[in-house]
Design a protein around this ligand. Structure first.
Ligand code: CP3
Length: 345
């Protein structure tokens, strides 16, 4: 199906007409795939991230199995927190945990600088191995966490629903917040530039939890730092800027930066893109829960998105957030085929 694909193709996906709508998926490698679970049976999650051979293997699994139009580097947004000395661990079932969360202005102000080559050089090595194995069949996309989403893990100490500690810190300690967010913006830019230097052909900035904020809080406490991270990137590499629950934040996210804005499933893609302006590309936005329904339902929902976008160049098909671990692999394969079939011109 997909022709030889390269960095130029990726550029074309984002800016010019392509023979079909390209599709790749957030969390396209992960526990829903038996071949991923087989690797995880012998390596803990952090061990896997730090093992370039195994991480490269896992990066390639969905490319081979699903026929997606890009490979997504296998790594994690939280890897750059470990060198900050806060104690990062991944516990079975509960997700990530920070042993010593940042709870004081002094701790926030004194976050150490991170030498990414030293601290997460294993990620860059994974990039080099994947690029070699891909031999330009499909482009490789790298990623990092945006400053707010990273700060929320540092302060809360793990996943959160309400982000009460983060929001309180942001208001009560504005100077320490600014210092921490500046540090995180620079770490993010360094982390992405390291990936770009090693060979990734686009990058995605994940501000997964920023939808917890009001538009005015976003503009005051977050936008300047996401903008700083994006402006710090090597020019010429497409940037995808994504968050969830962002319906009211999208214009501000566009202002912060990005060639492509990621949309979750809570918005209607047609009018939302129009509101954002067709001068920016969009990625999205199938509800990942739909992949647990029948293939007929998947087809209906994919068609609804493709019809709304009407073949306009600059749409990348994706989910509105990551693949759920309960998802049948066959349904993901079906989605990729359906999107290619319905959009080929
Ligand atoms: O294929 C890909 O898309 C690359 C995979 C990827 C991972 N993490 C691997 C992973 C990506 C893009 C990420 C980014 C990431 N990590 C984000 C932003 C994306 C999003 O979903 O919003 C966030 C918030 C994190 C932090 C994180 N890492 C959490 C909350 C968890 C636990 C998730 C869970 O469901 O348990 C992780 C662990 C993690 N990162 C897993 C994977 C495949 C599961 C770990 C396992 O194998 O047990």
């Amino acid at each position: 199906m997909s022709p030889a694909v390269s960095a130029a193709f990726l550029d074309a996906c984002l800016r010019r007409p392509t023979p079909f709508t390209p599709i790749w998926l957030m969390r396209q490698a992960g526990r829903y795939m038996p071949e991923y679970r087989a690797v995880r049976a012998r390596l803990a999650f952090l061990e896997l991230c730090k093992n370039p051979d195994a991480a490269a293997e896992v990066t390639l699994q969905p490319v081979e199995r699903l026929g997606v139009d890009a490979a997504i580097l296998f790594a994690d947004i939280l890897l750059v927190l470990e060198p900050l000395g806060v104690g990062l661990e991944f516990t079975r079932g509960d997700g990530p945990r920070i042993e010593r969360p940042v709870r004081s202005a002094a701790a926030a102000r004194t976050l150490p600088a991170v030498d990414v080559e030293d601290a997460v050089g294993f990620v860059f090595e994974t990039v080099r191995r994947v690029r070699k194995a891909l031999a330009d069949r499909v482009p490789l996309i790298g990623f990092a966490g945006a400053p707010f989403t990273l700060a929320s893990y540092l302060i809360e100490g793990g996943p959160s629903r309400e982000f009460l500690l983060t929001k309180t810190f942001m208001r009560q300690e504005p100077e320490a917040w600014a210092a921490m967010m500046t540090r995180l913006a620079d770490v993010t830019a360094d982390y992405l530039n390291g990936q770009i230097g090693a060979g990734v052909q686009a990058v995605q900035l994940f501000d997964s939890w920023v939808g917890a904020l009001s538009p005015s809080d976003y503009r005051e406490h977050v936008l300047p730092y996401s903008q700083r991270a994006i402006r710090g990137l090597v020019p010429g590499v497409p940037v995808i800027h994504f968050g969830t629950g962002t319906a009211t934040l999208l214009p501000s996210m566009k202002e912060a930066g990005g060639d492509v804005i990621g949309l979750d499933w809570r918005v209607e893609i047609g009018p939302t893109w129009e509101g954002l302006g067709h001068d920016v590309a969009v990625q999205g936005n199938l509800d990942p829960a739909i992949l647990l329904s029948s293939t007929g339902e998947i087809r209906r929902a994919a068609k609804e998105i493709l019809d709304a976008v009407a073949g306009r160049p600059g749409h990348v098909f994706n989910l509105g957030h990551g693949v759920h671990k309960e998802t049948p692999v066959d349904h993901v394969i079906a989605l990729v085929d359906i999107v290619h079939e319905l959009s080929s011109r």
